[in-house]
Design a protein around this ligand. Structure first.
Ligand code: PAF
Length: 277
């Protein structure tokens, strides 16, 4: 497994990759969810590139970039046995040199849900993903369903900017008790850890109501809200039952829909979602 940092070395290493190239973009501090994306890329591609870059531009002023967990040595030891061909770990200066001023922005899809709270987040995500796509030139790129809105926004950007890349969205990987895997779970301390299962419980409650025939979106939102309210450590930021493609809130669930939520559990902000239909 080759590890490079500069764009120059990445370009040289990319030339030696054969056939179908898959990219798994990450911010490091890898967990089983990331590893499942890499395994899928290995199954579907001839060569696999993993990028590890904590992208400063997707963190808001009130979000502590310096506290984001990082452990490159551990990340490399986790991915080496999976047969990854190339790891790209650029510096912030390499990605955003002095005088940097170009941004990629997706419009309506970035406004609701995460975008309503983390207002500059998706501008940072789409900009860095476009730069990763340009530098690596993969045929396929792999993202997790846990960040459902991110996946939708990246799909839109890929279509709108004619990137010849297939976006593959892989299922959320969960702990045995249902908690969606996330690098942020590391922050859950003491009673916050068991409390964090409330997201999965709330989504499961709404999903079983849907499966029993409930199609009123507000009733599904209320089921999620009531479950979250039963957990004193949980403070919801949004609870949504939206159209899967447009992410607009629904009155009636008639096609594919996204149940999603962002919840503060103690001081840790968690997101999760289920797809209906
Ligand atoms: O999902 C992530 O880890 C990041 O948002 C991504 C896609 C690697 C861009 O920095």
């Amino acid at each position: 497994m080759k590890t490079v940092s500069t764009l120059f070395d990445l370009g040289a290493a990319r030339l030696s990759l054969n056939g179908m190239v898959g990219l798994v973009p990450t911010m490091g501090f890898l967990h089983e969810g990331h590893l499942s994306l890499i395994r899928r890329a290995k199954l579907e591609c001839d060569s696999v590139v993993v990028s590890i870059f904590i992208n400063p531009t997707q963190f808001g002023a009130n979000e502590d970039l310096s506290k984001y967990p990082r452990d490159l040595a551990r990340d490399l030891s986790l991915i080496e046995p999976l047969g990854v061909d190339l790891v790209w770990n650029p510096t912030a200066e390499e990605m955003y040199p002095a005088g940097y001023q170009t941004w990629v922005e997706v419009d309506a899809l970035t406004r609701p849900l995460e975008g309503s709270i983390r207002t500059s987040h998706f501008k940072g995500v789409t900009t860095v993903v476009a730069k990763l796509f340009n530098a690596v030139q993969p045929h396929k790129a792999y993202f997790g369903q846990k960040d459902a809105q991110q996946a939708a926004v990246i799909r839109q950007m890929t279509r709108d900017l004619n990137f010849p890349i297939e976006i593959i969205v892989c299922p959320t990987t969960r702990e045995a008790d249902g908690l969606a895997m996330s690098s942020r779970n590391k922050y859950l301390e003491g009673a916050d850890r068991p409390a964090a299962t409330v997201l999965f419980r709330a989504l499961s409650g709404a999903k079983s109501a849907y499966e029993s025939g409930e199609r009123n979106a507000e009733k599904l939102r209320i089921i999620m809200k009531d479950t979250l309210a039963s957990e004193p450590h949980a403070q919801p930021q949004y609870i949504s039952c939206a159209d899967y493609d447009t992410l607009e809130e629904l009155e009636v669930v008639s096609g594919k829909a996204l149940l999603s939520m962002a919840v503060l559990v103690g001081k840790t902000r968690l997101i999760d979602n289920f797809v209906l239909g």
